[in-house]
Design a protein around this ligand. Sequence first.
Ligand code: NAP
Length: 480
Amino acid sequence: VSLPQPACYIGGGWQPAANTFSVRNPADGTIVGQAADAGPEDARAAIAAATAAFPAWADESTVQRAALLRRLSQELLDRLDPIARTIVAEQGKPLGQALFEVRYATQWLDWFAEEGRRAYGRVVPSPVPGKHVHVLRQPIGVAVAITPWNFPLAMIARKLAPAMAAGCTMVVKPAEQTPLSAVRLFEAIDAAQFPPGVLNLITAASPEAIAPALLEDDRVAKITFTGSTEVGKILVRLSADRLQRVSLELGGQAPFIVFDDADMDAAVSGLLASKFQIAGQSCLCANRIYVQTTVEEEFTERVLRAVSALKVGNGAAHGTDIGPLIDERALAKVSAHVADARSHGGRVLIGGERAAGGDFDRGWFFVPTVVAGCTDDMLCAQEETFGPVVPLFAFEEEDEVVARANSSRYGLAAYVYTKDLGRSLRVSRRLQYGIVGVNDPTPATPVGPFGGFKESGLGREGGTEGLDEFLESKLVSFIA
Ligand code: NAP
């Protein structure tokens, strides 16, 4: 696949870069392309373009905005293969998962193409005779989107789609590890012919150089971010001076609870689907696996059998289940979590180390790992591991496991496996998580609200709630 030229997309055109940086494949360290290393001037130019485009875009008909979103969705499908291969090259995930990501991104565009037409206001009966109370829903203004590397296309689509539908304009800043997928997306945006300035792209080798120019600007009304809880908190502090509206999709630390009445086949395959997507580097990944003691032995045996069949390798190779971790830092964190579990008495049943030898030595691969006998004082019980590690925790009863699952500062996704209807209703209500999958390892969907409780975020993407994040409510009271 030929990779795009290093450039930012500002005001409807590609701006060649004065400086560039290399993008590497985490599977083998090879340079897969160059991206523009934008500076503060570029960031300000992008904000200026988005500001200039805002009034006309806010007034554009919802029918036209919907048509452009649908056209973009089609442009992405027309480029399905090259975009997926770009994702594999810079992110490392297996090709099948990258193809899924492109299709998943289009689902968000399609949903918000529809939803934008339902930004209803209200006419409220007035308590005062002669007054008329109207509530308008209006776009907030210029939004800055900052996105992570694990879903380099879909995380942008989830922000761009509701922003466009609501009538906001946007400047996108993707992660430094995965700027090329964003460039691919903007090629599709260019082909779909969005009006100049409505969508702009800034890529950079490090956030420090451009973050102040992007965020500390009176013209920016909205910050929408997906990434770590630590950086999310920095953005909240930064936004305080201007009271910019902030939406945050942050870290998770998902409990995955298997009761003894669960369908064991479904629980094992569900665990694999949830845990090993992107080598365990998804915010929704099962992080703490709680298994009722009565089925601990059976479940552990089945999980071991399934995990030992997983194939680790280059995401571009046929049959790969698990690609590399994104970088050396990620590998160090996963290794530290496994070492910590060992030192606290955890038993590594399979894996437990970096994949070594041959081609593996050039990338950041970790062998899929199962650790039994885990306890709540371990790092893997308290932090997001973000790697292909299954820590197994035993529990006795429902109240106990709900309390342990809720004893986290995070609250993004939780999973429950049971065939008991009453239990599934009770437990799903009691879990302090924004997303609960009951016998469902992949609950995320554009038609429902996606987001976290506690330190997993603020606001929601998707559903009717997703549009609200880009709208302000205005009360207009008439005396007439
Ligand atoms: P990250 O380090 O927070 O980076 C995310 C984005 O923020 C990148 O574009 C990064 O730019 C930028 N950034 C970093 N420091 C910044 C600063 N001081 N000011 C402005 N921007 C800054 O997170 P990550 O490692 O890429 O992503 C993994 C995290 O994302 C995990 O915690 C995961 O759970 C979370 N996540 C959450 C969701 C969700 O929907 N809740 C979805 C996916 C991922 P650079 O790349 O240039 O550093």
